[in-house]
Design a protein around this ligand. Structure first.
Ligand SMILES: [Fe+2]
Ligand SMILES: [Fe+2]
Length: 469
């Protein structure tokens, strides 16, 4: 016998799918103002509210031949067969891999979304971008459409391959946003959110590979892009560690990915300078938080993600109570997202060799630099939590143990007094990949880390690293 809450969940989901199906079908036959259409939209809205209340979001996704709702595969019952195939085929014909409906959607927006989805003529190959543009034009901001990716959905691939794919798609998303904005186009926060959505789902399942990549991947020619992605992935993982709800993770991920977008207004020459910046270059550099917030303000359609991104862009260098830049009179305390991103941003910047500082700083040195500014630049409590989350040897790092064996860091101890004693996997060639929790061993063995191996320095080393984790 199934548990009552499972039965309730199954029923809630069934009602959502049924009302979605009825609303889409009715939208095809009836005009918007007809009583039948209005009633079916109202029923769908009610069913959605229940899903949102209990599950946070309604994310319908398809794989080659089945559907999932919020990550759980939908079972096909005989009575629901028509509904199931209708939704699957609708998504196939639009090239859709997923539809996520977020909380906060009102009846009017839901009606627009249903009419767009059901009446959109999917003849062209690139129907989905057109549909996305149409959603944007109509102000449908709570419905996220994801394209179908055959290779990924059909054979989900190894977790490592999925993480590497998500990493590169995030780089592409930020590159696209950046290039578009540099050509004077408005920032498309929604498409950035789509890229992050996948990452959040993956991180919630297991964030080991994403953390490994963000701790070790750096492209020195494309510093701005990989830095933005690293800050985004690490902010998501850190917020998960702090217990943030899933809904917040996506918006934080977007905001972190776009935190430096204002650097578009700083000349490349200044961004890559190996010399001290001139006074006017400094002036421009110190304006990038304002320029970022302004660029986000110009993005079409106001959404929670866009507002959070504005705050983070503006706040990430200003310090907890405004000791940094820019100075905004009467602004008060930074937002929690702003405080998280300012910590992760500074940490990633210190860990990356730059033209003016060719040597990367190890985590302990980075923490030392940051602790000196606890209270002014960083929230002291949050910084301490970050140190215990990240540890002296970050997840995914290669380390050498005192008995000479090589190992990879898998998880932190989660306590400040054992911040140097994570759980490691001894390299397979030297010990069958056994997991050892260095914080919990007998005192005689005293196995501990003596050295952090340096981060990959070139594209070849990066590829070797990815193959080895
Ligand atoms: Fe910045
Ligand atoms: Fe930054």
């Amino acid at each position: 016998m199934s548990h009552p809450s499972e039965t309730e969940q199954a029923e809630r989901r069934f009602i959502f799918l049924t009302t979605f199906y009825v609303a889409l079908r009715n939208a095809r036959t009836f005009e918007r103002n007809s009583a039948t259409a209005q009633q079916s939209i109202a029923h769908l809205h009610e069913a959605l509210s229940r899903i949102h209340r209990y599950e946070g979001i309604a994310a319908l996704r398809r794989s080659a031949n089945f559907l999932t709702l919020n990550g759980v595969r939908l079972k096909v019952s005989l009575s629901g067969l028509d509904i199931y195939h209708f939704l699957l085929n609708e998504m196939k014909s639009l090239g859709l891999g997923g539809i996520s409906i977020e909380p906060g959607i009102d009846l009017a927006e839901l009606e627009d979304a249903v009419y767009l989805l059901s009446r959109f003529k999917a003849e062209a190959q690139d129907a989905l971008p057109l549909l996305g543009e149409e959603c944007q034009r109509m102000g449908v901001t709570h419905v996220i459409l994801e394209p179908y990716r055959a290779s990924e959905a059909d054979s989900r691939g190894t977790p490592k391959a999925q993480a590497a794919g998500a990493y590169h798609r995030s780089v592409e998303a930020v590159r696209k946003a950046w290039n578009g904005a540099s050509r004077g186009l408005a920032l498309d926060v929604r498409s950035v959110k789509r890229a992050i959505h996948e990452t959040v789902e993956m991180a919630l399942h297991d964030d080991f590979y994403l953390r490994s990549l963000s701790n070790n991947l750096r492209d020195y020619d494309e510093y701005t892009f990989t830095h933005s992605v690293n800050v985004s992935l690490l902010s998501i993982s850190f917020a998960m560690y702090l217990g943030a709800p899933k809904r917040a993770l996506g918006d934080l991920g977007v905001a972190a990915l776009l935190h430096d977008i204002g650097k578009l207004s700083v000349p490349q020459e200044a961004l890559r300078a190996e010399r001290p910046l001139t006074e006017s270059e400094w002036h421009l550099m110190r304006r990038h938080p304002i320029e970022g917030a302004l660029a986000l303000l110009r993005s079409p359609g106001i959404s929670k993600a866009a507002i959070d991104s504005m705050a983070v862009a503006l706040e990430h260098h200003r310090g907890v109570e405004g000791a940094g830049y820019p100075t905004v009179k009467g602004y008060g305390k930074s937002t929690i997202f702003g405080m998280i991103v300012s910590i992760v941003d500074c940490y990633d910047a210190l860990r990356t060799p730059r033209p003016y500082r060719p040597r990367s700083i190890n985590p302990v040195e980075a923490f030392r630099v940051m602790l000196a500014e606890a209270g002014s630049k960083f929230d002291p409590l949050l910084l301490r939590r970050f140190i215990e989350f990240q540890g002296f040897f970050p997840v995914g790092s290669f380390v050498v143990l005192n008995d000479g064996r090589a190992a990879i860091v898998c998880a932190q101890s989660g306590a400040l007094d054992t911040v140097d004693r994570p759980t490691v996997r001894i390299a397979p060639s030297e010990g069958e990949g056994i997991l050892v929790n260095l914080a919990q061993q007998g005192s005689e063995s005293d196995l501990h880390i003596v050295k952090l191996r340096r981060q990959p320095q070139s594209q070849t080393e990066v590829e070797e690293y990815v193959a080895m984790i």
